[in-house]
Design a protein around this ligand. Structure first.
Ligand SMILES: CC(=O)[C@@H](O)[C@H](O)COP(=O)(O)O
Length: 252
């Protein structure tokens, strides 16, 4: 459950950097997503045309504070998002460094505390750090969005063991992997670990064929989710015969 909303699809898609508005629209449809995220900075630069396009699509809009480097910038951007999109949802990014696009955990917790107190439903872009996660929940966030890898890097799950620990630690909190996913197999890997969803942008927007890639991610994310729900086998150190041997005829 993402606040008051239970999506049928665990795939959340970003809307930046597509070759054209038509391809963006087709990719959104091909992805099966019900939630699209939009950057306020992009929205501001298009004079509202982009917002008009997105609001026609009948999807939940998750505005984001991409590009914000301070608490003040992020909080102001969230206020603008609430006005423009008439929503309490905000994907909160407070970037710590322009080169790594790594979240600034101190500013993130501070901004989340302010926005939750103001009634926002905050989707915080964070790392796999457990204490930061705890602080964000204490601030009032009801879900966490740990990174797979730095934004736009396509590296997949850079710290799978840390993410596995995070999944176990916050076992009843929705966790959505956000950023750094470059291939459908990486998204499937995250879903097989029990994450509740995947948010990505670059891997679809910058694919040679974004529409086809959106469909590929949808299939992989569903496959990973089904595998997790079905119960994956445990790895074993030694071989275990898969064929029962009782009742076989003996040959001497
Ligand atoms: C669009 C958006 O919200 C990005 O900031 C997000 O984190 C996606 O990252 P990738 O582009 O690496 O998928």
């Amino acid at each position: 459950m993402l606040y008051d909303f239970q999506p049928q699809s665990p795939f959340l898609l970003g809307t930046a950097g597509y070759p054209s508005p038509e391809i963006l629209q087709q990719a959104i449809e091909a992805s099966g997503t019900e939630i699209i995220t939009v950057s306020l900075r992009r929205e501001g630069a298009t004079g509202g045309a982009f917002r008009d396009l997105l609001t026609q699509l009948d999807k939940r809009i998750l505005p984001n504070t991409a590009g914000c480097h301070s608490v003040k910038e992020a909080v102001t951007t969230a206020h603008m998002a609430r006005e423009l999109f008439n929503t309490r949802w905000i994907k909160l990014e407070v970037i710590g460094h322009a080169d790594t696009l790594q979240p600034d955990p101190f500013a993130l917790v501070e901004a989340a505390t302010i926005l939750c107190a103001e009634g926002f439903e905050v989707f915080p872009y964070t790392t796999e750090d457990l204490i930061i996660g705890e602080k964000l929940l204490e601030a009032g966030c009801q879900l966490l969005m740990p990174w797979g890898a730095p934004i736009g890097s396509g590296q997949g799950l850079r710290n799978p063991e840390g993410l596995r620990t995070m999944r176990a630690w916050f076992n009843d909190i929705p966790l959505i992997i956000d950023a750094g996913i470059g291939a459908p197999s990486q998204a499937a890997q995250a879903m097989e670990m029990g994450f509740d969803g995947i948010l990505l942008n670059t891997a679809v927007a910058k694919a040679r064929d974004p529409v086809r890639m959106a469909a590929a991610f949808q299939d992989a994310i569903r496959a990973g989710q089904q595998a997790w729900q079905a119960g994956l086998m445990e790895k074993r150190d030694m071989a275990v015969a898969s064929t029962p041997i009782f009742g076989l005829a003996e040959f001497n």
